[in-house]
Design a protein around this ligand. Structure first.
Ligand code: HEC
Length: 183
């Protein structure tokens, strides 16, 4: 039993040291100009979701989703996030596609997570990716405004849709359209 136990420990150590050795000898590629393999992406996204589920506090958005706050959210998004996550014109952001992992296009595929989840992702960022932690650059209420917008991209009230149209020249996406597109 004791030998078995040592065997397990030694195996783990060999694997860990071997892994570190391979990394230090330069066997792990560092280029960002390829798409991550499907499996890697799947595991990484599931691990990220699980970690957010575990760490993010379940808080309600203290900022009410009024027309004014949602329009503020759009402005904050356009100034700070669109270059990586895609703008109101819904054209792909080349910069965002140049990261490894790539930045998700939030205008074409808006998040369907609860507000506390999206807020946590924005406030604390995502390690080892291009996603910064925004808590030092945006105020708490701005973080909540952009969260309010991102969790309602396809169900904005009419006045906010008008603002979107004026700012970008195109109609904002609605749930009905998206249903149609996916069929
Ligand atoms: C410099 C590029 C860059 C900027 C600027 C940026 N992001 Fe990101 N963001 C990323 C990348 C890359 C990821 C993907 C991380 C991953 O795949 O795990 C990401 C992921 C996200 C996610 C998804 C997290 C999840 O749970 O899957 C959200 C939401 C998000 N960003 C919101 C924002 C908001 C809001 C802003 C502006 C305040 C912003 N980002 C600015 C690069 C950026």
């Amino acid at each position: 039993m004791r030998n078995f136990f040592y065997g397990v420990i030694v195996t783990i150590l060999v694997l860990a040291i071997g892994g570190a050795g391979l990394a230090l000898l330069g066997f792990i590629p560092t280029n960002a100009n390829t798409a991550p393999p499907k499996m890697e992406r799947h595991i990484a996204m599931s691990a990220l979701d699980a970690s957010m589920e575990r760490h993010a506090p379940r808080v309600n958005n203290p900022v009410p989703p009024t027309d004014e706050n949602l329009i503020e959210g759009i402005k904050i998004y356009t100034m700070n996030c669109a270059q990586c996550h895609g703008g109101l014109d819904r054209k792909p952001a080349e910069l965002g596609r140049s990261f490894y992992p790539p930045a998700p296009d939030l205008m074409l595929n808006p998040p369907d997570d609860p507000e506390w989840h999206v807020f946590y992702a924005i406030r604390t960022g995502v390690r080892y990716t291009g996603m910064p932690a925004w808590e030092k650059n945006l105020s708490e209420s701005d973080l909540w405004k952009v969260t309010a917008f991102l969790t309602r991209v396809e169900k904005l009230p009419p006045a906010v849709q008008d603002y979107w149209k004026k700012a970008s020249g195109i109609n904002p996406p609605t749930e009905a359209q998206e249903e149609h597109k996916h069929k």
